[in-house]
Design a protein around this ligand. Sequence first.
Ligand SMILES: Nc1nc2c(c(=O)[nH]1)N=C([C@H](O)[C@H](O)COP(=O)(O)OP(=O)(O)OP(=O)(O)O)CN2
Ligand code: ZN
Length: 146
Amino acid sequence: MQITRRLEFDAGHRIPNHNSQCKHLHGHRYTIEITLSGDVITTEGVSEQGMVMDFSDVKHIAKEHVVDAWDHAFLVYRGDKAVLDFLNSLPGHKTVVLEVIPTAENLARVAFDLLRDAYHDTYGNHLRLERVRLYETPNNWADHSR
Ligand SMILES: Nc1nc2c(c(=O)[nH]1)N=C([C@H](O)[C@H](O)COP(=O)(O)OP(=O)(O)OP(=O)(O)O)CN2
Ligand SMILES: [Zn+2]
């Protein structure tokens, strides 16, 4: 069985070498979808009976490991020195420095890596992260799958 939880966050970024508009500093209302697989929990009487994982727990883990860190942050490539220097000059600015350019593809992969080990199989139901889908806009998204 697979379940998916969707969350949204706002963040700024730029694609420094882009040959069009995306080289400019701008932001998106990102959507992240987290897909987990596992057996439906059959343990009698527990809160999660009938579920793969409580959607609320899926949300809390995603917020703790990715969403709260990226929300209202500027996501910047470590190699984008001009922008990184600028952001570092702003006292207390919320900046997330990435080892990769913050495209939808790379953000999906980074989020997957951050979340992979965060979902624990509490009930022995073979719970695991299957896919992170990252929407940069409602029309543009990237999938990173196991
Ligand atoms: N494969 C990818 N292509 C592009 C990415 C990306 O992450 N992966 N990112 C961008 C820019 O970040 C840009 O902000 C994308 O948004 P937008 O300009 O809205 O995209 P479109 O031009 O395709 O949207 P339209 O609906 O056609 O205006 C660019 N490419
Ligand atoms: Zn963009």
